[in-house]
Write a protein that binds this ligand. Structure first.
Ligand SMILES: [Zn+2]
Length: 329
């Protein structure tokens, strides 16, 4: 009887030990774990939510090491489903790789656009502004702008060396060419008279007027040298000479005082015009002429240093500045 009880006792102990061993084995092999999903996609087995957060934060730090301003996020919150799996499955999985594939990123980049075309990309607004400002200060004709853009993957960021080269190239292509200072206009070989007259009040003439020859160029003005009391107009030998205004020819011939062949016309009110140094005379004393009538051909007779028309105006036989009348044309 005793031996039977002892046998039963040991049997129960043995069975109890076997049971415990089986339970221990099962517990060691199958662990409670969380099957984790994002957007219904399986991303791995996590021991708990805390482990998920640790892995997630590691991955955020990994992205931020590339760009500290990157926005990292998941499409949706993870869901955890408790289950039991074998140890071997845990060691086979790579939760970093799985979760990395689910992580979304949003990078903020700053494009430097020149005339609407992106030329440089920076990860900070300051860098982009710096290059945009540099370019604007060098070439203000270019439309240079900094545009912010959100992108999910980070493309190539322009290195400063590359940006410097691009800037240099843009400046070289677009900087306005600085033209050398234009040569100053050469001084005219003839004198251009003032258009204001300051002198005695002279009689008005009525009727038409005519410039006394073809050219308006002045070789030597009234009092261009001491005692020069007419205006020398540019004219070669044989150039037409015209009556300034209508009147009566009072002299047409040789003048020995220096005018050479000359014509004098009285326009009334003792206003007389004189045309000196002529080569030919086409009118005679006493003849009535009209303004613009051909009266002579210019030349270099008399006291001259070269061909020209000496035009002189006398009022009461006193030479006055001819511009008071010439300016009326
Ligand atoms: Zn003269």
């Amino acid at each position: 009887m005793l031996s039977t009880l002892r046998f039963m006792f040991f049997t129960i102990v043995a069975l109890g030990l076997i049971f415990c061993a089986v339970v221990m084995t099962i517990l060691n092999t199958y662990k409670p774990i969380y099957r984790t999903y994002i957007n219904d996609r399986f991303v791995g087995y996590f021991l708990n939510e805390q482990q998920f957060d640790e892995v997630y934060n590691d991955l955020v730090a990994e992205k931020q090491s590339i760009d500290q301003n990157v926005k990292v996020y998941l499409d949706s919150e993870p869901t955890f489903e408790k289950c039991y799996i074998r140890d071997s499955l845990l060691s086979e999985q790579n939760i970093y790789t799985n979760l990395r594939a689910e992580i979304k990123t949003e990078y903020t980049i700053y494009n430097v656009a020149v005339n609407g075309e992106n030329k440089m990309v920076f990860s900070t607004e300051d860098d982009a502004n710096k290059y945009a400002e540099n370019l604007k200060s060098e070439v203000d004709t270019l439309d240079t702008q900094v545009n912010m853009e959100k992108v999910s993957t980070l493309g190539e960021i322009t290195s400063f060396d590359r940006a410097d080269a691009i800037l240099e190239d843009l400046v070289a292509r677009n900087k306005p060419v600085e033209l050398p200072e234009p040569e100053p206009e050469p001084e005219p070989s003839y004198y251009i008279p003032p258009t204001t007259y300051s002198g005695p009040i002279v009689p008005d003439l009525t009727g038409e007027r005519c410039w006394p020859t073809v050219s308006r160029a002045v070789n030597c003005d009234y009092w261009g040298y001491y005692g020069h009391n007419g205006v020398d107009l540019k004219a070669s030998i044989g150039t037409d000479v015209y009556a300034y205004a209508g009147g009566t020819v009072t002299f047409a011939g040789w003048d020995s005082s220096g005018y050479g062949n000359c014509v004098k016309i009285n326009h009334g009110n003792n206003v007389v015009t004189i045309y000196g140094h002529c080569s030919q005379l086409y009118v005679y004393a006493g003849q009535q002429v009209t303004a613009g009538q051909l009266i002579a051909a210019s030349g270099n007779t008399g006291n001259t240093t070269g061909p020209h028309l000496h035009f002189e105006v006398r009022v009461n036989n006193i030479a006055i500045n001819p511009w008071v009348y010439l300016n009326q044309i």
